[in-house]
Design a protein around this ligand. Sequence first.
Ligand SMILES: *[C@@H]1O[C@H](CO)[C@@H](O)[C@H](O)[C@H]1NC(C)=O
Ligand SMILES: *[C@@H]1O[C@H](CO)[C@@H](O)[C@H](O)[C@H]1NC(C)=O
Ligand SMILES: *[C@@H]1O[C@H](CO)[C@@H](O)[C@H](O)[C@H]1NC(C)=O
Ligand SMILES: *[C@@H]1O[C@H](CO)[C@@H](O)[C@H](O)[C@H]1NC(C)=O
Ligand SMILES: *[C@@H]1O[C@H](CO)[C@@H](O)[C@H](O)[C@H]1NC(C)=O
Ligand SMILES: *[C@@H]1O[C@H](CO)[C@@H](O)[C@H](O)[C@H]1NC(C)=O
Ligand SMILES: *[C@@H]1O[C@H](CO)[C@@H](O)[C@H](O)[C@H]1NC(C)=O
Ligand SMILES: *[C@@H]1O[C@H](CO)[C@@H](O)[C@H](O)[C@H]1NC(C)=O
Length: 825
Amino acid sequence: MRASVDSISKLLYITILLLIITISTAVDIINTTQSIRDGGSMVSADGSFKMGFFSPGSSKNRYLGIWYNKVSVMTVVWVANREIPLTNSSGVLKITGEGILELLNQNGSIIWSTNSSRSARNPVAQLLDSGNLVVKEDGDDDLENSLWQSFDYPCDTLLPGMKMGRDLITGFDRYLSSWKSPDDPSRGNFTFRNDPSGHPEQILTENSIVRYRSGPWNGLRFSGVPQLRPNTLYKFEFVFNDKEIYYRYQLLNNSILSRLVLTQNGNFQRFTWTDQTDVWAFYLALFDDYCSRYALCGAYGTCDITSSPVCGCLKGFLPKVPKVWDMMDWSDGCARRTALNCSGDGFQKYSGVKLPDIRKSWLNKNMNLEECKSMCMKNCSCTAYANLDIREGGSGCLLWFSELIDMRQLNENGQDIYIRMAASELDHDVDVRIDSKSNKTKRMRIIVMSVVTSGMLLLGLVMVLFLWKKKQKKGSILKRSADDSCKKEYPELQLFDFGTISCSTNNFSHTNKLGQGGFGPVYKGLLKDGQEIAVKRLSKSSRQGLDEFKNEVIHIAKLQHRNLVKLLGCCIQADERMLVYEFMPKKSLDFLIFDRTQSTLLDWPKRYHIINGIARGLLYLHQDSRLRIIHRDLKASNILLDNNMNPKISDFGLARSFGENQTEDNTNRVVGTYGYMSPEYAIDGLYSIKSDVFSFGVLVIEIVSGSRNRGFYHPDHNLNLLGHAWGLFTEGRSCELITEPIEESCNLPEVLRSIHVGLLCVQCHPNDRPSMLSVVLMLCGEAKLPQPKQPGFFTDRALVEANSSSRKNTSCSVNDSTITLLEAR
Ligand SMILES: *[C@@H]1O[C@H](CO)[C@@H](O)[C@H](O)[C@H]1NC(C)=O
Ligand SMILES: *[C@@H]1O[C@H](CO)[C@@H](O)[C@H](O)[C@H]1NC(C)=O
Ligand SMILES: *[C@@H]1O[C@H](CO)[C@@H](O)[C@H](O)[C@H]1NC(C)=O
Ligand SMILES: *[C@@H]1O[C@H](CO)[C@@H](O)[C@H](O)[C@H]1NC(C)=O
Ligand SMILES: *[C@@H]1O[C@H](CO)[C@@H](O)[C@H](O)[C@H]1NC(C)=O
Ligand SMILES: *[C@@H]1O[C@H](CO)[C@@H](O)[C@H](O)[C@H]1NC(C)=O
Ligand SMILES: *[C@@H]1O[C@H](CO)[C@@H](O)[C@H](O)[C@H]1NC(C)=O
Ligand SMILES: *[C@@H]1O[C@H](CO)[C@@H](O)[C@H](O)[C@H]1NC(C)=O
């Protein structure tokens, strides 16, 4: 007995010793006498990156790669032998006397190697803290002198400091290519590279077909990437001279990791990591809406994500094939209403646009705009001109000699272009904001005219049309029949047939029912290919449901964000209306936070991750989606969770989109959920982005406290949860709000900060509440937060009173002290 205990402890001792040895033998540099075998690895000096052998996803193949060493999710940033895998774990990496890295397989053949035009006397390979694997002369740390570096051969990831672009002297091209699948790092269908013809820009292709272009660099950013702006995370540069063209970024604070990835489905996205979140958080995508698609609206067409349909013709142009155009196939584009007459033409200025395709353009860095104009005027085939660089009032000259393709209206950071037009089409002294509706209104006017002349009988029809238009404007809802929306405007939406859905949900069996959504039951389905889906079926009897259904299709089909639930497709057949979503295995937030046993699964880091995710999703809706959407029904049951506990906002049946400058609206039909509704909305029907902020605040307090706002009970008082939280906050006892399951895992400053931000969001007066942008910044920042004023709706009782009394003189009330919202401004 004793002997066996001894031998076990001896074994343990040896294991630990071995462990220590393997850890301590992780090196960052090897020379010609050393090698790396499968199981061994190299770790950069500060421990940021690791190089070794790995098997991606469910594959058994072995690859030599580099990944983040301090990140708990395996994140590979570079693969050496991406095209030729090793089939078992006998791979060896060596460096030869000539300074060539070689990867050998089990029978000693070289399956991958580096090459170099130079050699070194004492070559070594070193993994740098930047994640760059470098072959160099031992002791020479100048990267310029290196024989070879992995940064010159990107896979799908652009790390800080990496160049993406071309060496114009040697023609060497550093570009990204996607992985084939999570199991296979070999080149997939997508590449993202610099295109040097014309003025350089970045182009994303799928099997050599252009899918997206960034637009030319204008001194500040790429013309079509308004999101690229000075920020606190990274700084970026674009170098464009006689020797090279490249884009590069550097992080401002190395404690926040960030990378750009060309994903397997062809998006180019930035993710960030902090130790607090423990997950790669989505930061920014190039393809962020439907208008990002290359040439969606054809020649002389322009895309505006805020209008419906999104495509329109430039002023002075008409759809080339109106019939097809009206069916929302815009690929034929538009043609001039009045043909050009070379000598008599002029130029029309358009503002706020993404510059059109410049692959057939001409440029001069030294000309000014006036010289540029006369240059264009002189040549009859010149179709447009613009400044090359928009800094300091603009300089340089870009000329186009072809049809203008892939323009879009940007709501921010757009630029000016001057387009050649027949003299009779010019709008003198007017900057035209590309207006996709102008043709539509014109056509409408003609229709109206002919209707009027054809007799009084049709007057009624005109009235209906008029009323419909007016109503459309007022609600700012883009109403159209759901069929149209689904099939034509959102071709990326898959159409499912009824049989498929019915089959996948077991004929809508009760056991497949997941719950009740905004306008009907939701079922779980399993498609033949194994994909799990959630199907929301419109209740046949519900007229109101139909409106909400259309509303949801219209809104969500245009939205793409990591923190919004993803619509996969729809099914419309006879009187059946269904929406098909990605399936969220962890159900909704209310199942987790309000349930005694489930809530133990959600520790503080996860909750904090969820809070931040919801905030980012909401920020996207309010600000970044360019549609400005108010959700109006944000609550725990509308937050769904995926396997990694990423929150996804769902249920857009009540959402409203707003015009650019509109910030609030009112409604006679107050819909939403008590407990989450802001006072001005519940009482006066006034809603704005700040009503969503209120609901968000309620959610934060609920997530921290694990209690529902509505129906909250405390033996000492009859306040609701908000009142309770506010009371504790004013007494400096916010800690007491924290729910038991997170007491152990909690990071107290973070929790207190979240409560504080939550209370700022639920302040009674909408103007006092922060915007979602401030919320996102406040949540992760460290600056001192403002003192919150008292929240709206302290008690459930106050709400009942508010509802039953007259509209004007009730609002945020605490016991007997009533504050009138409208006068409090
Ligand atoms: C390679 O590195 C090892 C360990 O640092 C050292 O002992 C050895 O002398 C080096 N060999 C050469 C050829 O530099
Ligand atoms: C790899 O495969 C070869 C032959 O297929 C075999 O000889 C060798 O033992 C294997 N190595 C390992 C580590 O499995
Ligand atoms: C090397 O090993 C592979 C198995 O991975 C085998 O197919 C091939 O025939 C071997 N080549 C030689 C020269 O032995
Ligand atoms: C490296 O190898 C590739 C193909 O094997 C070749 O095209 C290229 O010219 C080589 N580069 C150098 C610098 O030798
Ligand atoms: C890549 O493109 C090929 C050819 O078009 C296609 O068959 C294949 O399915 C695509 N692969 C992926 C992952 O989309
Ligand atoms: C970098 O970020 C960390 C954590 O967010 C912070 O503590 C540190 O002060 C920051 N450093 C700089 C130079 O801003
Ligand atoms: C072109 O415009 C000029 C000046 O407006 C006019 O004199 C000329 O007749 C026009 N030519 C044609 C072919 O329309
Ligand atoms: C106009 O520009 C095009 C394209 O640069 C060129 O081919 C053509 O010769 C030019 N025509 C004149 C008259 O300069």
